[in-house]
Design a protein around this ligand. Structure first.
Ligand code: SAM
Length: 282
């Protein structure tokens, strides 16, 4: 299908069903074929692998995925889209449409234990919670390829010391190896969002790049450090209720890993956070 025909087709489907895109569900549909192809190529999907798509919308990406994958499990929360998907994807027997909220879906159970990848043009209102839930629940997929708001993508791959560096960066770096694949201007969507987007590909790691005894402590330190990112690490952590650590204990641990007492969380790499967690558990 040409770019023009995908855009026309999207409008035609919307008109035929009298469908109006819902802001509440973050509905911005891709109207550029090249973007669809780039997402699928970035996902590294192989013919014998399945894919879980989050939010198929009108089914444009789903259709391209169905050509590249074994089975496609498309999880869509908006029940108004289900009859539209059933019609636009009719005859494609490897597509399974599931009318559910992804945050309440057991993703692993969908694919019957077979190898799978996750691909999505994510709804902006819930991007970070979806990514964090997939990572923290260790959903056993090979990779996650997502279109996200440009600012979120930059946070996912930021370096220490950068204003975008934070808890999301560290979680993404702990569970995956991530890279921005391409930028996507807002003109590639119907309706056009206010911001540009990027496609991020994350290869899920078999083993995190740092070893820690207490993973929960590591993530409490990270959350505490960025909860009030303007503060020094010492003040941010000693005022963070979930940690419940004495200020002097934290001061000593920061000194033990060779950092200045005035260091800020945003200066610490994942390795240094792991060292700090180690100093607090030894
Ligand atoms: N994949 C389509 C495309 O690229 O044109 C639509 C992408 S649109 C940005 C996001 C889609 O996610 C919408 O179809 C929306 O209804 C759906 N969605 C929103 N919240 C969801 C949730 N919690 N679980 C599953 N789908 C959701």
């Amino acid at each position: 299908m040409t770019e023009r025909s995908l855009a026309d087709n999207t409008r035609a489907v919307i008109d035929r069903y009298g469908f109006s895109a819902s802001k509440r569900f973050g509905q911005n549909f891709i109207k550029d074929n090249r973007v669809l192809e780039d997402i699928v190529e970035a996902s590294c999907l192989k013919k014998d692998e399945s894919v879980v798509e989050i939010g198929p919308g009108l089914g444009a990406l789903t259709e391209v995925l169905s050509e590249a994958a074994d089975q496609v499990y498309a999880v869509e929360v908006d029940r108004k889209l289900i009859p539209i998907l059933e019609e636009t994807l009719k005859g494609r027997d490897n597509i399974h449409i599931i009318n559910q909220d992804i945050m309440k879906t057991d993703v692993k159970a969908l694919t019957d234990g077979r190898p799978f990848r996750i691909v999505a043009n994510l709804p902006y209102y819930i991007t970070t919670p979806i990514i964090m839930s997939l990572l923290e629940n260790r959903v056993p997929c090979r990779s996650i390829t997502v279109m996200v708001q440009k600012e979120v993508g930059e946070r996912m791959v930021a370096q220490p010391g950068n204003k975008d560096y934070g808890a999301l960066t560290l979680a993404v770096g702990y569970y995956t190896k991530a890279a921005i694949v391409r930028k996507v201007p807002s003109s590639c969507f119907i309706p056009a969002p206010k911001v540009d987007s990027v496609v991020v590909h994350m290869d899920v790691l078999q083993k995190p790049p740092v070893e820690v005894e207490d993973e929960e402590l590591l993530f409490s330190l990270i959350r505490g450090a960025f909860n009030q990112r303007r503060k020094t690490l010492l003040n941010a952590l000693s005022g963070y209720p979930a940690l419940d650590l004495d200020k002097e204990v934290i001061r000593k641990a920061i000194a033990d890993i060779g950092e200045k007492p005035t260091v800020r969380g945003e200066e610490l790499s994942l390795r240094r956070f792991a060292d700090l967690a180690g100093a607090l558990t030894s």
